[in-house]
Design a protein around this ligand. Structure first.
Ligand code: NAI
Length: 478
């Protein structure tokens, strides 16, 4: 079998396969999906385009989707987050060889340029012999955005002008659309019409979906996987609690204990980050714009103040907001010598990198890939991780398997819902029903030796819930 793909080195596949084998043991939710649906194949006929960090954990997700009958094409949703051995192993497949790959077309490698990144996204959305995918599995919404923007330009008959783009990256997107419009003026409209739905992994992508739906622009139904409790209250929190300090340690190896660390944002990601820094003995300060989250941070024992108050005295700064311009170039110019600045939110605009590059007299010294020192005219420097892109995937390997098994089991269930029950989901943004959320959690209890207490019939009646769940109302916040 021959197929198109582009990864760094198929020679890394054996290493990738060994790590996939270890990860499978740590991903009981995904393996349960294979056991439950491997024979009935509810995803037979699905052509899933995935745009999500191409890691070892994602490899287990991809091979689960294939085991359930889907055809898959994949890209990373970040230029630095691919693990090249994982990408190679997925292309080669469990039974293939580097000379005769038999797996899944992947277009991803660590350290893509922006042009390469969007080229990869376009390739994965291009189905040989068909108009395109009929499902998207997205993380951050870039694939969904490309289909929507393309359709928008095609409908308006307008030619995009890359020189008007508000960012370098959007300029690249507009260049892609300018070319595709010339090649086929109906390309994205056709692809959009063929898509039954998208399942979205993260807070930032979900935000984009609700905005599009509010504007009446959403082209197909979406399931918000992020807001499954077993996703955002686990991956965003416990995942970042693990992978934030992994990234800081691999990048800098600086002793975190005793340092003053500032966490901007105290949502799910911020809570996990603050806890892990405190666990290392850092003195943690939180910044927030939301009074509820600020009060939570204070009651959890953190000092809560503004960034300007501590910008000149703290040692480590982490943005976790999903917002833009959270740390400005001017603030970086006022930091201590060799202050560490990193972002774990989805996009790279939380730290004003564009402003930093434009600062008069600034000099960039690359220490190693994804670790740069920026020297200001007065001689002091700041250390920037992953050029302001999410550091836990750029400087480390992202979240570990067990937590991603929770997130990805939600993804598989959401793909089955939208693909197999299309008519039940008119265009809107949905979350998975609570009984599925509880099922995902249940699938991960045995591995941790958790013994659940069972409600008696009388207790269940007293609480007004079924013995077998769901146990909480939709308003319950965990
Ligand atoms: P969230 O909405 O729960 O938390 C963000 C918090 O930031 C909110 O409490 C908000 O009030 C606060 N905030 C907004 N602007 C602020 C500002 N200027 N200063 C201080 N605080 C501010 O979102 P969540 O789930 O914590 O996600 C945050 C980001 O992380 C998103 O972009 C999400 O997509 C991304 N994410 C990244 C992961 C990773 O592995 N790197 C994993 C999961 C999510």
């Amino acid at each position: 079998m021959t197929f198109d793909y582009k990864v760094a080195d198929l020679g890394l596949a054996e290493f990738g396969r060994k790590e996939i084998r270890l990860a499978e043991h740590e991903m009981p939710g995904l393996m349960a999906m294979r056991a439950q649906y491997g024979e009935s194949k509810p995803l037979a006929g699905a052509r899933i385009m995935g745009s999500l960090h191409m890691t070892i954990q994602t490899a287990v997700l991809i091979e689960t989707l294939v085991a359930l009958g889907a055809e898959v094409r994949w890209v990373s949703c970040n230029i630095f987050s691919t693990q090249d051995h994982a990408a190679a192993a997925v292309v080669v497949g469990p039974n293939g060889t580097a000379d005769a790959p038999q797996g899944v077309p992947v277009f991803a490698w660590k350290g893509e340029t922006l042009e390469e990144y969007w080229w990869c996204t376009e390739q994965a959305l291009t189905w040989p012999g068909n108009d395109g995918p009929n499902m998207i599995l997205d993380d951050g919404g870039d694939a969904t955005m490309l289909v929507h923007k393309g359709t928008e330009f095609e409908k308006a008959g307008a030619v995009p002008d890359p020189s008007t783009a508000e960012s370098e990256e959007y300029g690249v997107v507009l260049s892609v659309l300018t070319r595709t419009l010339q090649e086929d003026p109906q390309r994205w409209t056709t692809i959009g019409q063929g898509i039954k739905g998208v399942t979205e992994e993260t807070t930032t992508g979900v935000h984009r979906l609700y905005e599009m739906h509010k504007a009446g622009a959403l082209l197909f139904p979406a399931i918000n996987v992020n807001d499954s409790v077993t996703k955002s209250k686990f991956d965003n929190k416990y995942g970042c609690r693990h992978s934030l300090i992994d990234g800081i340690n691999r990048a800098t190896d600086v002793l975190i204990g005793g340092k003053v660390a500032v966490v901007c944002g105290y949502g799910d990601v911020g809570k996990g980050c603050a806890e892990s820094l405190r666990g290392q003995g850092a003195r943690v300060i939180v910044t927030e714009i939301d009074p509820i989250c600020a009060l939570q941070a204070a009651m959890d024992g953190y000092q809560v103040t503004t960034l300007d108050d501590v910008v000149g005295t703290a040692d480590i700064f982490v943005t976790t907001t999903g917002n833009k311009d959270v740390i400005t170039a001017d603030q970086m110019s006022r930091m201590k010598h060799q202050a560490i600045v990193g972002n774990i939110g989805h996009f790279d605009n939380e730290i004003d990198m564009a402003g930093l590059y434009k600062t008069a007299g600034i000099e960039r010294v690359t220490i190693k890939p994804q670790v740069d020192e920026f020297r200001f005219a007065d001689g002091h420097t700041v250390i920037i991780l992953s050029e302001g892109r999410l550091l836990n995937l750029g400087n480390a390997t992202g979240h570990p398997s067990f937590v991603m098994s929770n997130s990805f089991t939600n993804q598989v269930l959401a793909q089955i819902e939208l693909f197999a029950k299309t008519t039940e989901y008119p265009t809107d943004v949905y979350v998975l029903p609570k009984h599925l959320d509880e099922m995902v959690a249940r699938l991960h209890l045995d591995a941790l030796g958790v013994k659940l207490t069972e409600l008696s019939k009388e207790q269940a009646e007293y609480l007004g819930v079924p013995v077998e769940g769901p146990y909480k109302s939709d308003a319950y916040r965990y």
